[in-house]
Design a protein around this ligand. Structure first.
Ligand code: BG6
Length: 468
């Protein structure tokens, strides 16, 4: 029997350009959808402004200055023993408005240096092509609602696949593609409640992803391309069959994104829903074949929490503000931001997805957003984070060892503190490495190792045997 984690398990951490880099206009970068989102606070959504408005604070503009400090950050990752670093390329660094014919060389050079730095330490880059940062210049076309945007995306993909051939092998086409159903501005630069609009944009992203998968394989047969699912998983509120049915309906709303990208076609339940609701997909000749040919090589997902669903749950998601299920799980505690903490659910989710798709999985986000305190001597005792991560890794290990689920890697979210995507706050910290700035972007930007830094180093050193 195979014991523990595979030898080549990709231990690491994950970030996104708009939450980490800053330097929002440096070296020719254009604005992205993230650059016009102000900071919110817990419970108050971030405001989307019409361009950059004087006097408002936009956390992506400086973020944690990873753009200038990536060498220091990656050296710290290497010190922890990272085998992989999941990060995103800001599309608007490569094509500042999204629709140029020629890429921005300065942007390409930057990521070349980032990848070289990773490789120098034996760290495998895992690259998200679009992580909540559609170039703002594409909004004049209607963003992802317009089929034309597929061509701009593919031009960008072709550029980076060729440029980083041999350096990057793992690619993710769209971060949390199912966020289209909950926060379409983040997923696609679309600020609309209209289901037809969202499903049109999702169709275009599916097609773009399927074509990108094929292109990546043609350019380099060693490329492995994954989808990325925002891990929504739900338990039924009771054994009342009505609650159970509603839970299944909820999971369909979310899993249909995985169904299309992993199986290569729209599931029957979704087509029936479209029929009932009068939603028409803008399918052209050959599109459905493209979806089939562009199935992903692996499924990656974020795992933070689980939901409880019952007959009262509204699963229409007509609001723009995420998923509200209406039920609480009495068996679980929650983070200060109300996200349930459910390590056992991670094993359950790995099994659920592997049973359904039978392709390798990767956990590309998991972690605890918490307020950290710097002690007078500069130390940070984040035992709560260690507990959270240990418990999740223990369950992931069971899924691998006991259930035989093939898991390629684990990239913990936000290895150094970065801007929170949902609220734009800085105080919602995930990192092994503290970054000294506050919610207004003020501070020294110094990096400080937390207790969890040393703990994760040991986990990697022992390939997951030193979890206790
Ligand atoms: C995922 C996103 O939804 O969750 C990340 O892919 C995000 O970009 C992460 O940061 C955690 O959410 P938050 O709001 O706590 O940063």
């Amino acid at each position: 029997m195979t014991k523990g984690f595979p030898e080549d398990f990709l231990w690491g951490g994950a970030t996104a350009a708009n939450q980490a880099e800053g330097a929002y206009l440096s070296d020719g970068k254009g604005l992205s959808t993230a650059d016009v989102m102000t900071a919110g606070v817990h419970g108050v959504p971030r405001e989307i402004t019409d361009g950059v408005v004087d006097g408002k604070y936009y956390p992506s503009h400086n973020a944690v200055d990873h753009y200038h400090r990536f060498k220091e950050d990656i050296a710290l990752f290497a010190e922890m023993g990272f085998k992989s670093y999941r990060m995103s390329i800001a599309w608007s660094r490569i094509f500042p408005n999204g629709d140029e014919k020629v890429p921005n060389e300065a942007g390409l050079k930057h990521y070349d240096e980032v990848f070289d730095t990773c490789l120098q330490y034996g760290i495998e880059p895992i690259v998200t092509l679009s992580h909540f940062e559609t170039p703002l210049g594409l909004l004049k076309y209607g963003s992802w609602e317009n089929r034309e945007v597929i061509n701009y995306y593919l031009r960008y993909c072709e550029t980076v696949f060729n440029k980083y051939k041999g350096k990057v092998k793992y690619w993710l086409t769209f971060n949390e593609i199912n966020v289209m159903s909950t926060k379409p501005w983040m997923a696609a630069g679309i600020d609309s409640n209209d289901e037809q609009t969202r499903m049109t944009a999702a169709f275009h992203q599916f097609l773009a992803s399927a074509k990108a998968v094929q292109m990546a394989h043609e350019i380099d047969p060693n490329n492995k391309v994954g989808m990325m699912y925002a891990g929504h998983f739900a338990y039924s509120n009771s054994c009342d069959p009505e609650d159970v049915q509603k839970t299944a309906d909820f999971m369909h709303k979310m899993l249909f994104y995985c169904d299309v990208q992993c199986r290569g076609y729209y599931p029957a339940y979704k087509l029936k829903e479209f029929e009932r609701e009068g939603i028409v997909l803008p399918i052209q000749d050959g599109d459905l074949e493209e979806l089939k040919k562009g199935k992903v090589d692996f499924l990656s997902y974020s795992y933070y929490l689980t939901h409880v669903i019952g007959k009262e749950t509204n699963i229409d998601f007509k609001g723009l503000n995420g998923v509200k299920t209406g039920y609480k799980n009495p068996y679980l505690s929650a983070s200060d931001w109300g996200w349930t903490i459910d390590p056992k659910g991670l094993r359950y989710s790995l099994n659920l997805l592997y049973d359904r798709y039978q392709i390798p999985l990767m956990i590309v986000e998991n972690g605890l957003g918490a307020v950290d305190k710097v002690e007078e001597d500069g130390s940070i005792h984040d035992s709560y984070r260690i507990d959270y991560l240990r418990d999740h890794l223990t369950e992931m290990k069971k899924a691998i060892e006991i259930d035989g689920v093939p898991v390629l890697g684990y990239t913990m979210w936000g290895p150094m503190d970065i801007i929170a995507a949902s609220t734009g706050e800085m105080k919602k910290r995930y990192g092994f490495i503290y970054v000294d700035i506050d919610d207004h972007g003020k501070g020294t930007f110094n990096r400080i190792k937390k207790d969890s830094f040393y703990w994760y180093k040991k986990v990697i050193e022992t390939n997951g045997e030193g979890l206790d």
